[in-house]
Design a protein around this ligand. Sequence first.
Ligand SMILES: [Zn+2]
Length: 472
Amino acid sequence: MRPPILACLLVVSTVAELSAAPLKAGAAAADITPKEFPMNMPGGFNANLATTAHDPLNARALVLDDGKTQVVWVVIDNLGVPKKVVAEAKELAAKATGIPVEHMLVSGTHTHSGVNPADEPSAADAKAVAYRQVMLEGISQAIIRAHASLRPAAVGAAARPLTHEVFNRRWYLKPGKMPPNPFGEYDQVKMNPGTSPEVLDRPAGPTDPDISVLSVVDAKRKPLALFANYSLHYVGGTPAGQVSADYYGEFARLMPSRLGAGEGFVAAMSNGTSGDINNVPFLVGRPPRAPFEQIRIVAGEAADVAWQAVRDIPKHQNNVVLGVRQRLVTLKYRKPTKEQLLYAQAILAIKDKEAIARLPRLAQDYAARTLSAANRPEETVDVILQTIRVGDVVLCAVPFETFAETGLELKQKSPFGRTIVIGIANGKHGYLPTPRHHELGGYETWLGTNQVQKDASEIVVRNLVEMMGEMK
Ligand SMILES: [Zn+2]
C-alpha cells in the first residue's frame, strides 16, 4: 500500500512553452579558492584545518536559452550547498540576468577537502565571513558571465559506464563480525567495514556506474561546455591541511585536452547519487597510492569515458525545448523517541575516561546528536526539488546525499530519453536512505546523520516522477 503524500506542499511550479528559436548557450567558471588560512574543512568528525590550497576550487556555470526559457546549472567545489549563500547568490544573478531563481540549479561536488562557507558565520570569525563573500560572488559572477556569453549553440547527451571505480560501501558482514552501533544496537549492514575478506560478506545495494555527459558546442561545432555526472563520493587520499577539488577538479582540468577545446570552454563533474557509493577497493587488490594519485587516476579514467560518451552523440541539436519545474516539499524532521533520549542522556553523563573508552565507537558523538535532534526548534524542513528539461534530456536535482538505487529508480521511471540525477543540489539535508536501508541500519540511517522522515526517499521520487511527467 502506498502511503499518502501528506507531507508534500507545492509552492512553485513553472514550465516552459514550446519554442522553435535556435538554442543559445554560455559557460563561465569563477575561482572560489580560499585566500586566507587556516580554515576548517568539514566532512569528518574532527576539526581538519586547511593551511594551504593544493589545487583551486571553482564555481562552474552553464546557461542555456531556447528563446523563451533560460536555465542555469552551476557546479561548486564544496562539500555541500550552503542554502542561504546559494539562495542569495541566485537572487544576485537573477537581478543581473532576469533569469528566475527557480530556473537555477546549484549543486555541490561533495569534495571533502573544501572549506566551509557557513550560512551565518559569527562576525568574530573574519575568515569565515570573508569566504562567505568569495562563495557568494563566485556563484553569482559565474552565472552572470555565462549569461553574458550566450551564443548560438547545440547540445547532446550520452552515458557510458566506468564500472571499476564505484563500490557500494554498505556491507553485510560474516557472522559475528558486526560491532555495536553508537546506540548500543546491532545493525544488519556496516558502512566502510574495511577490506578484509574475513569480514566482508556482500554489499547491501547496487552501484550506478554510468558517467553521463551533457555536451554543448557552438555554431562552428567547437566545444563550449561539458557537464558530467558520476555517482561516486569523493576519492580523497589528500594530505591533511590541503584544500583540493578532488577528482571533480582534476576532471575539469583534463577535459579541454580530451575534447581539443579552446579558450572559454568549461567542464564540470557533478555529484550523482553517491550517498552509499565510494572508491574504497572492497575485495579488490589495489596497490598503495601516493597523495593525490588515486584522484588523478579516477579523473583520467572518467575523462576518457566522458570523451567516449561525447563521441557516441550522433548529432548535437540546436532546436531543443527547455523546461523547468521546481517544488518546495515539506519533510518532517526525525525526532528521538523517549527511550532514545534517555539513553543519550545516560551516555553523555559518563565522564570517566576508561568507561568512555568501553562505549561503542562514536557513542558520545551520537548521544550529543540525539539531544540536538530533540532540541531542534523546527518540526519540518522545506526542501527544493527541481527538474530541468533540455530536449529529450532531463536533470533531476535532489538536495540530499542520495543512494544509488534511488538514482537508478528515477532513471528507470523517467519518461525522457536520458536522465541525469544530481545529488547535493540546491541544499544538503543529510543522507537519503530508502525505507529498505532504514531497516538495515548503518551509518547513513543513524539519527543525527540522517535528518528527515524515513520515507523521504519515496516522497522525493514520487514528486520528481510527477514533475518529469508534467514537462514531457
Ligand atoms: Zn561525504
